[in-house]
Design a protein around this ligand. Structure first.
Ligand SMILES: Nc1ncnc2c1ncn2[C@@H]1O[C@H](COP(=O)(O)OP(=O)(O)OP(=O)(O)O)[C@@H](O)[C@H]1O
Ligand SMILES: [Mg+2]
Length: 400
């Protein structure tokens, strides 16, 4: 055997994974422990769709990583399997967080049309014509019901900034003949409902379902199932799964976080040529994930948010100290001119700052300035090396 064969073959031997895909967050397991109640509820709301009947709109809320997407897709797949050949039902899923697909009302509609088998030019048509085209396609299709799953629906309001789009969607049924639309909205931001026009809110949440966070023991069950299928036998040391579960349950029971910890710990152990995943690997995995998470948040923020964030970075770089809302707003307005974007109001920018605070990018402290009212003192909550990398990402994304 040649030397290279040795090297390449030993990689296979060293691998701790049997099937890494199973430990990825995007993998959908058949078996979904601790979500029977929720899955059965979704199924019971949507069941009449099998007869082509209009079902209630359903709004699903729960913190991140509580199995919302997984559970809804599971029910959707079951419905599709059962309705095959009957032409009663069609299901479209849209992840509203996806850039280029769900950035604007126009793009969102274009994507719906594309999924219905039609097409529209990338830009150019007036919006009401795009609606008409969508209606036309719907009425031409043989199905009696379209279930429209809008995952991460809070992003719609964040990006399109008024609820017209959702309002229009909820009103389409009155214009449709022969087919109706039922919506399933999924969000991990409960404040989202409050931001909506009351008519849209009540329509969207005819039925409501909450996904509670998992506790540490439930996370262990979930992890054990996936570890068994994803890793080779005996590579996970005792206590590792329990620690991943405990880590992920600390904030709130986030199964994605738990899985990521386990998989990344596996990758780190493998790179060290360690034959087992040890408890120490989880701490390392936690640091790496934190870093990647921040960068990912920075990268996926809408443009306006990125402009605000970039203003914060620039100002802090200059002052090396805490900065205030007013300074950020002034810098942001200038930046908007440079990139030719309409500036939001100071009020909206304050909301964005509050969101950054929640995401853990900044620490904001409200301080009273006596008769001049109140302001927020802003500090960065992320380490210097991540700031540097984040700035690069923003420069690129904003074309600065
Ligand atoms: N009960 C479960 N059994 C097995 N895996 C699960 C379970 N719940 C969640 N997961 C896994 O955890 C990850 C996150 O789940 P999911 O994507 O459904 O979360 P979510 O509630 O939609 O979160 P977000 O609000 O961030 O979109 C996925 O990889 C999913 O497969
Ligand atoms: Mg989801």
């Amino acid at each position: 055997m040649s030397k290279l064969d040795d090297i390449f073959n030993s990689v296979g031997d060293r691998s701790l994974f049997k099937d890494k895909e199973i430990l990825q967050a995007r993998y959908s397991p058949e078996d979904i422990p601790h979500r029977n109640k929720q899955i059965e509820y979704i199924a019971s709301v949507l069941a009449p769709s099998l007869l082509g009947q209009k079902t209630s709109n359903l709004f699903i809320y729960g913190k991140t990583g509580t199995g919302k997407t997984l559970s809804v897709q599971h029910v959707a797949n079951e419905l599709i399997n059962r309705s095959k050949g009957a032409n009663t039902l069609r299901i479209i899923s849209l992840n509203c967080k996806l850039k280029k697909v769900a950035d604007t009302e126009y793009r969102m509609l274009a994507e719906l049309i594309r999924q219905m088998g039609g097409s529209v030019p990338a830009t150019g048509l007036p919006t009401d014509q795009v609606y008409l085209k969508f209606l036309e396609l719907l009425e031409k299709s043989p199905e009696k019901l379209l279930i429209l799953i809008l995952d991460e629906i809070d992003e719609v309001v964040k990006k399109i900034s008024n609820s017209d789009f959702l309002y229009n969607l909820t009103r389409l049924n009155s214009d449709l003949k022969g087919i109706q639309i039922a919506m399933v909205g999924i969000s991990n931001d409960l404040r989202f409902l409050d931001q909506l026009d009351p008519r849209v809110r009540s329509s969207l949440s005819e039925e409501e379902l909450v996904f509670p966070p998992y506790n540490a023991l439930q996370l262990q069950d979930i992890l054990n199932k996936r570890a068994e299928a994803g890793f080779k036998p005996d590579v996970v040391e005792d206590g590792v799964v329990a620690k991943c579960a405990a880590f992920a349950a600390r904030d709130h029971g986030d199964a994605r976080r738990a899985l990521d910890l386990l998989r990344v710990a596996g990758e780190i152990a493998e790179r060290e040529a360690n034959p087992k995943i040890k408890i120490e690997h989880i701490d390392e995995a936690n640091q790496k994930i934190e870093r990647d998470k921040v960068l990912d948040v920075v990268e996926t923020q809408p443009k306006q948010y990125q402009l605000v964030l970039y203003s914060i970075f620039k100002l802090i770089e200059k002052t090396k100290d805490a900065i205030f809302t007013g300074d950020i707003y002034a810098h942001y307005q200038e930046l908007c001119k440079v990139v030719n974007v309409d500036a939001l109001t100071q009020r909206r920018v304050s909301d964005i700052l509050a969101e950054f605070d929640m995401l853990g990018l900044i620490n904001a402290r409200v301080i009273s300035k006596g008769r001049q009212g109140r302001t927020r003192e802003i500090k960065l909550a992320i380490p210097e090396n991540i700031v540097v990398k984040s700035k690069e990402i923003l420069l690129n994304s904003l074309d600065l």
